[in-house]
Design a protein around this ligand. Sequence first.
Ligand code: C5P
Length: 237
Amino acid sequence: MSITTPGFWVVIPAAGTGKRMRADRPKQYLPLAGRLVLEHTLSAFIESPLISGIVVALDADDNYWPQIKPASTKPLITVAGGEERCHSVLNALQKLAERAGRDAWVLVHDAARPCITHEDIERLIAELEDDAVGGILAIAVHDTLKKGTVEHRIATTVDRSGLWRALTPQMFRLGTLTDALQTSLADGYVVTDEASAIEHVGLSPRLVLGRADNIKITQPEDLSLAEYYLRNRLENT
Ligand code: C5P
C-alpha cells in the first residue's frame, strides 16, 4: 500500500472509561443485542465497501479488546489512546499517517455509537467527498432549550433556530484535521469534537443531516434504546 493511498479511513476513539454508565467495564464493551457495543460499531464500517481501513484508539490498560472478534478483511490497526478524546484521535491520526496521505479522508466515529447505519455513512461521504473542508452528521434541535441557573431554575429560553446537535462520524482530510487538532491543543482550546478544532482554525464544516437513531451510549437507559433500534433493524432485513 502506498503512502499516498487516498480513500476513506475510519478512526474510532475507544479509550474512554464511560463512568456515567456506572458499569463494571467501559461502555464500549457492554453486551448489546447479542454482541458487544464496539463490535456493532466496528462491523458497520468493516461491511461498508467505501471504507479502506480502521484505526481504533484503546486505553493502555484495556483488557477487553482481545474479546472483540471482528472478521475484517481490511486493515484494523490499534493505537494507544490519550487523556481526552481529542488526544486519542490525534494518536490515531498520527498512526494513520504511516499508511495514508494528507489528502485521505478520515471519518472519526465514537465507539459508543453502535447504531450507525450504512445509509448515514454513505450519505456523509457522498455529500462531502468534493467539499473543500469536510463536515459532520448532525440533527437540527427540535426541543425547546432552556438555560438553567446553578439552582436548577430556568434563567432563559434559548432561541433554537439554527441550532444543531453534533453527531459522528465527522469527516475531514487527514492533514487538515491533524493540523487543526495540534493547533487547538497548543492554543489551550477545549476540543469537544473534531469540528470544533476545524472551526478553531477558521474553517466552516458542513452540516449533513443524520439519523436520530445514531445515539451515543452515555447513560444506562441508552442501552435498551440501542437494543431496540438494532433488533428492529435485524427483523426488517
Ligand atoms: O465520554 P464520551 O462518551 O464523550 O466519549 C466519546 C468517545 O470518545 C467514546 O467512544 C470514548 O471511548 C472515546 N474516548 C477516547 N479517549 C478518551 C476519552 C474518550 O477515545 N480519553
